[in-house]
Design a protein around this ligand. Structure first.
Ligand code: SAM
Length: 263
């Protein structure tokens, strides 16, 4: 039996700013859930009334600090055959938001869990960035300061995949300045603001240009920063190596020594 018809946990992703991005499946999950776990009950009321949906489920508050305890309630409810909808304030649950602990607990108990996907700011910004999308890494929010931040940045210096960061507007300038130090002034990046909302904006440039812009401007709104990956170090093509060995042998070297370090 599908979770949406029977009991189970549904991870639901509300829009990241534009209500029109809400899916019919999200509406139906809101209307039919027996239990709704949210970060903020006011946000749930705004969402439901904006979508013209009447919820009938019991509402519980689930946030980073009580997620372990709440997940016990959620597992119990699913065990009792209830349909539980877990929502973030905006965007996909479990992505820099509560949801992971409950999803893991329900899966661990071998109970049904499914998803009603919505937009995530990370992928929305990546798609818009115009930077390579084939391989990427999601970094979420960096630690604000201290050794955790320094270590994480150092570990990313040679990262070849496109990197996605969340940042608050008032920390954007400082973070871009750190990015210039870590990745170099010429690395390309984007700063996406207020995605899907009225003032959506994507700023593209080198990290130095973006840092200068953020320094001179009072950055506002919700922000995703994307940074291009490092260039892969140049490795000689196999055929170049073969040619090198042939040249050495032709020059009188023994094949074994001509191969040394290369074959
Ligand atoms: N779970 C959400 C998701 O999947 O997008 C992310 C939640 S996280 C607590 C909030 C951060 O996501 C914001 O500080 C910002 O970095 C980013 N964000 C969310 N909505 C955004 C939007 N409309 N435009 C740009 N960034 C957004």
């Amino acid at each position: 039996e599908r979770v949406e018809e029977g009991g189970g946990l549904i991870l639901g992703g509300p829009p990241i700013g534009n209500l029109a991005d809400a899916s019919d499946r999200l509406r139906s999950a809101l209307a039919t859930a027996d239990l709704i776990a949210v970060e903020d009950t006011r946000k749930l009321r705004t969402l439901a009334s904006g979508l013209g949906v009447r919820t009938r489920g019991r509402i519980i508050v689930n946030h980073d600090h009580n997620e372990a305890e709440r997940s016990e309630t959620i597992v119990q409810a699913v065990q009792d055959g209830q349909r539980v909808l877990l929502l973030s304030d905006a965007g996909m649950p479990a992505i820099s938001d509560p949801g992971y602990v409950a999803a893991a607990a329900v899966a661990e108990a071998d109970l049904p869990v499914t998803v009603v996907p919505g937009p995530s700011a990370a992928l929305t910004a990546l798609a818009l960035s115009g930077l390579p999308t084939g391989r990427f890494t999601f970094e979420g929010f960096l630690a604000r300061k201290g050794s955790e931040r320094t270590r994480r940045l150092a570990s990313l210096a040679a990262e070849e995949r496109t990197m996605i960061f969340y940042e608050s507007p008032h920390r954007t300038a400082a973070t871009l300045a750190d990015f210039v130090q870590t990745f170099g002034a010429d690395r390309r990046g984007t700063v996406s603001r207020e995605l899907t909302k009225l003032h959506e904006e994507v700023r593209r440039g080198t990290l130095a240009e973006l840092a200068e812009w953020a320094e001179s401007e009072r950055v506002r709104g919700e922000i995703v920063i994307i940074v291009e990956g490092a260039q892969a170090p140049e490795t000689p093509e196999a055929q170049d190596v073969v040619q090198l060995v042939l040249d050495r042998v032709a020059g009188g070297e023994r094949p074994k020594s001509a191969c040394a370090g290369g074959c």
